[in-house]
Write a protein that binds this ligand. Structure first.
Ligand code: DI6
Ligand code: FE
Length: 406
């Protein structure tokens, strides 16, 4: 940025680096390493013995063997919303099913009422509390969806709130327009898509509020034909797409996402082998959301073996939302990804760094390499598997955002 004061070079010494570079395999570990930041980017990294001479005399921090990873990326959240659904939690514990509650007018639609009633200031205040919890775990980048407005004004209010977050906290926010999240009470799904959802998308895009377009392709939400209309509108605006697909049943969302070269297909518990092959072909990330699987007592696990076999990149996210995943910890998502879905700790860390960046279309973050953003997490652990192993433990030592300790 012209005229701005760029952070001077700084050396982090005596660290172990988990570079997460794809070609390095597993974590891409470099023991006894140094990492140099300058101008908000990574300037150099490697074994400390190879540190270029000019960096020997600049300011430095001795990390005493701590682990540096790319800062974490939560690539699927609904953290802007009003109210909570604790009552529904109690109903489910008494035997009610998520889909039955939704069909009876509860579920997503009840959060819609609370979100319509909330002011932008109230939404922001509540969202910032959630953002702070993620930042405290070394998160630098958060995707935030709309979808609890289901009318033009409230969808825009949610997206404006999401844009506000980065003005109040050192964090990067990417927005997804999720107008096709649920059918509003009393509305017809087709009429809603054509007369409210697509016009809201156009209005939000005109205000510069939309980075990506998402939808909920499911029996209780929208079918493939309806999502196709939303995706065609997104394509006409030049916006990348993502999709909540195959969460509760298989109705063809994953194939649709692949056909549109989506950045990601999310949930995908009910995806098939053929779906995995289609995702691989379109280089679409499978975003796994164990918080929703856990909360809803699901038993159908995503086809991790097929994703591996076909080379589908897998990401992990919180899906932080008031209904199916009131989960405010990305580290716990990593643990759940391993324990519930059988990911390796290396896959879990790739899922919240490199592959999460890909799920957001970000080429400048998610790995440690010269030229990438200096978004780092420094941990009080010696080995990266410890990040997935702990339950309810936060070993963050420091977070660096664009080269600055925050
Ligand atoms: N799938 C989810 O997991 C969230 N949205 C979606 O389409 C759940 C949203 C909610 O229950 O409020
Ligand atoms: Fe979601």
């Amino acid at each position: 940025m012209q005229g701005a004061i760029m952070p001077a070079p700084h050396v982090y010494k005596e660290a172990t680096l988990a570079t997460m570079q794809p070609e390095a395999g597993d974590y891409g570990l470099i023991p006894n390493a140094a990492l140099v930041t300058a101008g908000g980017k990574i300037a150099w990294l490697g074994p400390i013995a190879d540190l270029p001479k000019p960096y020997a005399s600049v300011s430095s921090t001795n990390l005493a063997g701590r682990l540096i990873t790319p800062a974490l990326i939560d690539c699927h959240t609904h953290i802007v919303h009003g109210g909570n659904r604790a009552l529904e939690f109690e109903m489910r514990l008494q035997g009610a099913r998520y889909e039955d509650i939704a069909r009876a007018g509860g579920g997503i639609v009840s959060t819609v009422t609370a979100t319509r009633d909330a002011s932008e200031a109230d939404l922001l205040k509540a969202a910032l509390i959630r953002v702070d919890a993620l930042i405290a775990e070394g998160v630098s980048t958060i995707e935030v969806k709309s979808g609890y407005g289901l009318d033009i004004d409230t969808e825009l209010k949610m997206l404006r709130t999401a844009r506000q977050i980065a003005m109040h906290r050192p964090v990067r926010v990417l927005t997804s327009f999720l107008g096709a999240h649920a059918v509003p009470k009393g509305a017809n799904a087709d009429t809603y898509i054509d007369d409210a959802c697509i016009p809201a998308l156009k209005a939000a895009h005109a205000e510069g509020l939309v980075d990506m377009v998402d939808g909920f392709c499911e029996g209780i939400a929208f079918d493939v034909a309806q999502m196709t209309r939303v995706f065609d509108a997104a394509k006409a605006l030049g916006l990348p797409i993502k999709l909540h697909a195959e969460q509760l049943s298989n109705i063809g969302g994953t194939q649709l996402a692949a056909k549109y070269n989506a950045l990601s297909a999310d949930h995908v518990e009910y995806a098939s082998e053929a779906d995995a092959a289609a995702l691989a072909k379109s280089n679409t990330v499978a975003v796994l959301l164990p918080g929703a699987f856990y909360t809803l007592h699901e038993t159908q696990k995503p086809p991790v073996a097929a994703f591996r076999a076909h080379g589908v990149p897998m990401a992990l996210a919180t899906d932080w939302n008031p209904g199916s995943s009131p989960l405010g910890s990305l580290l716990l998502s990593m643990n759940m990804g391993c324990t519930l879905f059988g990911l390796t700790p290396a896959e879990a860390l790739a899922g919240t760094t490199r592959n999460a960046a890909q799920a957001l279309g970000l080429a400048d973050s998610g790995t440690l390499a010269a030229g990438k953003r200096a978004d780092l997490a420094i941990w009080n652990v010696a080995t990266p598997a410890e990040l997935s192993y702990g339950i309810g433990i936060n070993p963050l030592h420091a977070r660096i955002f664009a080269g600055q300790a925050t």
